[in-house]
Design a protein around this ligand. Structure first.
Ligand code: NAD
Ligand code: UDP
Length: 336
């Protein structure tokens, strides 16, 4: 069975590609390489000993997309492609709406045209905005605090309308919490452009000596140690969640939504300590003011995914830091 991955050369896509190939699926990748490198796919092939069919193509390019669907027998699509930098989305919101929202509309139009109606969509815990309490279940109120989050919310609503209009679709919307870590081989991992915005890539670059010190945004939150709490999930656990979602689509579930997290909250200071243990050095850090728009505490109730998908994140914070460090140490400049 062949699965098409949009954005499959990226961080989560490349790890999902490994797990799909290992599980016996065939994989086609459509990626414009705007935030990734073809080297990641070469390494996926090296890790798995299997080939992927790669097309350098923008999902907004309807004609090329249609040709790919016409030339390969696709069963289902996992739609990772998107821009994901919250700060940047405030600067260039239209680019985010064009790429993420319009890109998804074009993809779905082409899928409908060729009769491929199984879709897994990369949504995000950002659709919960600033949650009123934790842990977060799928029925919590939704809101957006920036254009990136709004693009995810809009896509979720578009997919709901699409499903209402045509019940032949099977759509799994996966709300990821905070994906981190890397493949245990140390050959693929996250390769952010410029200075990372996210905590773990930032810590890893301080540890490897590329950045001077970590700024901890806020130590006066109402949490165990005053720093922000998130639900970090190992990218390989997340990747395995996609395989379970593909299996689920085979049962004709209609439109379904799942939180993919571990269910455990971890503070910035706890994460820092775990990383120091993994890299066996002290990481210089200082406290800084809160970052605007940051939620205090955000972690999942993932029991719905556990029950319906028979999936549960297995890896610990120590696993995440160990694998992340191996990747960072072996590839200080990412894929460059
Ligand atoms: P990533 O940037 O590493 O991967 C996205 C991939 O999509 C990149 O390879 C990029 O080149 C490609 N892409 C972007 N626009 C495209 C277009 N128009 N046409 C073709 N390819 C395009 O990001 P990631 O961390 O792997 O995230 C994958 C998905 O998961 C994204 O939709 C993201 O919003 C979502 N998500 C990520 C996180 C996270 O923290 N990493 C959290 C929640 C949700
Ligand atoms: N954070 C931090 N310093 C950084 C980056 C992040 O203290 O350089 C904190 C941030 O305030 C939040 C947590 O780490 O409490 C996770 O931030 P990240 O950007 O990785 O994820 P998100 O906030 O989008 O869930």
């Amino acid at each position: 069975m062949r699965i098409l991955l949009t954005g499959g050369a990226g961080f989560i896509g490349s790890h999902t590609c490994v797990e799909l190939l290992d599980a016996g699926f065939e994989v086609t990748i459509v990626d414009n390489l705007s935030n990734s490198s073809e080297t990641a796919l070469k390494r996926v092939e090296e890790i798995t000993g299997k080939k992927v069919s790669f097309h350098k193509c923008d999902i907004l390019d309807r004609d090329s997309l249609k040709k790919i669907f016409d030339s390969e027998k696709i069963d289902s699509v996992i739609h990772f492609a998107g821009l994901k930098a919250v700060g940047e989305s405030n600067e260039i919101p239209l680019k985010y709406f064009l790429n993420n929202v319009a890109g998804t509309v074009v993809l779905c139009e082409v899928m409908a045209e060729v009769g491929v109606k199984n879709l897994v969509f990369s949504s995000s815990a950002t659709v919960y905005g600033d949650p009123k309490s934790v842990p977060i279940t799928e029925d919590f109120p939704l809101s957006a605090t920036n254009p990136y989050g709004r693009s995810k919310l809009m896509i979720e609503e578009i997919l709901q309308d699409l499903y209402k209009s045509d019940n032949d679709w099977n759509i799994a919307m996966l709300r990821y919490f905070n994906p981190v870590g890397a493949h245990h081989s140390g050959r693929i991992g996250e390769d952010p452009n410029g200075i990372p915005n996210n905590l773990l890539p930032y810590i890893a670059q301080v540890a490897v000596g590329k950045l001077k010190e970590l700024s901890i945004f806020g130590n006066d939150y109402n949490t165990s140690d005053g720093t922000g709490v998130r639900d970090y999930i190992h990218v390989v656990d997340l990747a395995l969640g996609h395989i379970k979602a593909i299996d689920k689509l085979k049962t004709n579930p209609g439109l379904v939504t799942y939180n993919l997290g571990t269910g455990n909250g971890c503070s910035v200071l706890e994460m820092l300590k775990a990383f120091e243990k993994a890299c066996e050095k002290e990481i210089p850090h200082r406290f800084a003011p809160r970052r605007e728009g940051d939620a205090e505490s955000c972690y999942a109730d993932s029991s719905f995914a556990e029950k319906e998908l028979n999936w549960k994140a297995e890896k610990t914070i120590d696993d995440m830091c160990k694998d992340m460090w191996k990747w960072q140490k072996n590839n200080p400049d990412g894929y460059k």
